[in-house]
Design a protein. Sequence first.
Length: 197
Amino acid sequence: MARDMTPVLKRCRSLGIDPVFMGIDKKSNRNARAGRKQSEYGLQLKEKQKAKFIYGVLEKPFRNNFAKAQKLKYGTTGENLMILLEFRLDNVVYRLGYGRTRKEARQVVGHKHILVNGKCVTIPSYQVKPGDVIEIKEKHKGKQRYKDILEVTEGRLVPEWLEADHENLSGVVKEVPTREQIDVPVNEVLIVELYSK
């Protein structure tokens, strides 16, 4: 399986992302260099790399998501792309607070800890839908791992479009999020421009 092995803080620095969006509360101590002015293409590419990096998606699946976003009947392509990325199972597990980072949430999914509507799902890119119930498998609920994770994520705000029940380590997808509810520092308009060249 292909993985992006770049150190997270280094990558955050080069893309100008606050590590908080990655679920990391370390501050990068070096300031982003004020480099030369970027070309329009450079800016568009940077936004795409930011989105791919934040959600942990490689080029091909990202492009597939973009193609899907173009076909959806509601919303703009850019908004739809952000919604599709938010609706990835690994992201939802992270948003519910059952993974300290999206990477960890992805691992939790891959290790067969997650049930969607009572069925075990091991595909991090699985698309959830409004009404889906996501929970940690019964036999894993008592594990120290989740106590530790919840301790770290306790203060993290669960987005309005999700409902988390930390007592029972479960959550519900209430609705499709609006762009305003997605707190990711990505300008999706530039991504659309990049792909429509």
